[in-house]
Ligand binder design. Structure first.
Ligand code: ZN
Ligand code: ZN
Length: 338
């Protein structure tokens, strides 16, 4: 079978690999149908993801059909349409015992630390396969994983009905967070330096949008919230500056959610945190959010219509990666089909 492998930084190849086999009675084999390209896949391609090793079959946002099940598998059956929860953890460390396996000390993400889902077939423990409605097209089930990031970050930020939530960044993750925060009943403001993306955010339901290239984002956010600042700020732009601005503008008793992986320090003044008793939290991957997101997608409460803007056959993976890297092309989620 074939797989999309980053053999070394800047080198993407379609490689021939052995088709996997079930080794345990609780495993399932999935015929992969679609996989999303994520910013972190691009970082692996560039050689700038410190957690990735090479060669690596990428892909952690993927969906497909169950084609084989081990003898003890209960939760899914042959023919089921599933999405895969792409993280493996020890179950024993402090984080795992605290119900936070997404930050397990020995965490392995498929497509990063171990081979991922951009291949024709994959075998995973059945607990990682989550069944979705057979009516949900693969173009929609492929976005479950990015939406779990939104579920996690709005949960970490404790976004509540009636609150104001400012989302920094209107890319695919920012848009998913916007939809999720709206679902939780928050009034949403979105900032981004790209006016087209801001238009998309407005269409999705953002009450106000801010372009930091045109106005001072901190001042504007205060002005739009009657002087107090947003109650929750979720930074999916992940620059040194946006983190500083988030801490500065969030309201007293508010929360700041950090999604970035930068190793460079931001300049954060203690006074903002203490004076306002801010809660600053990180949000990584997700904990037990697949069921929740699938439920919302199955009922239509979340509707990622138009979320996927480009599709490529897997043999054209290089073209897909080139498109993702081309800043002149307007896009949202780019997916690979198998
Ligand atoms: Zn992703
Ligand atoms: Zn652990």
């Amino acid at each position: 079978m074939k797989a999309i492998q980053i053999t070394e930084p800047r080198k993407l190849e379609i490689v021939e690999v052995e088709k996997p086999m079930l080794k345990d009675s609780d495993e399932v084999m999935i015929k992969v149908k679609a996989a999303g390209i994520c910013g972190s896949d691009v970082h692996i391609y560039h050689g700038t993801n410190p957690m990735a090793t090479y060669p690596r079959i990428i892909g952690h946002e993927f969906t497909g059909e169950v084609v084989e099940v081990g003898t003890s598998v209960q939760n899914v059956a042959i023919g089921d349409k599933v999405v895969v929860e792409p993280i493996l953890y020890c179950g024993e460390c402090y984080a795992c015992r605290s119900g936070r396996p997404n930050v397990c000390e020995k965490l392995e993400a498929m497509g990063v630390h171990v081979d991922g889902g951009m291949r024709e077939f994959i075998v995973v423990p059945s607990a990682k396969a989550h069944k979705v409605s057979p009516d949900l097209p693969y173009e929609m089930s492929v976005v479950v994983e990015p939406f779990t990031i939104a579920a996690q970050s709005t949960w970490r930020g404790d976004v509540k009905k009636g609150e104001t939530c400012l989302i920094m960044g209107a890319g695919p993750i920012g848009q998913a967070i916007l939809q999720y925060a709206l679902l939780k009943g928050a009034t949403c403001i979105v900032s981004d330096i790209d006016n087209e993306r801001l238009d998309d955010a407005k269409k999705l339901g953002a009450t106000h949008v801010i372009n930091p290239l045109e106005v001072d984002v901190v001042e504007k956010a205060r002005e739009l919230t009657g002087g107090s600042g947003p109650n929750v700020t979720i930074d999916s732009a992940c620059t040194l500056k946006t983190f500083e601005q988030a801490v500065e503008m969030t309201s007293p008793a508010g929360r700041v959610v950090v999604l970035g992986f930068s190793v460079e320090p931001s300049k954060i003044a203690q006074v903002h945190i203490t004076k306002k008793e801010l809660t600053i939290v990180g949000s990584r991957l997700q904990t037990n959010k697949f069921g929740e997101v699938i439920g919302y997608l199955n009922t239509g409460a979340l509707n990622p219509e138009g979320f996927v803007t480009h599709k490529f056959h897997f043999l054209d993976a290089q073209k897909a990666m080139d498109l993702v890297e081309d800043p002149s092309i307007k896009k949202n989620k780019v997916i690979i089909t198998f």
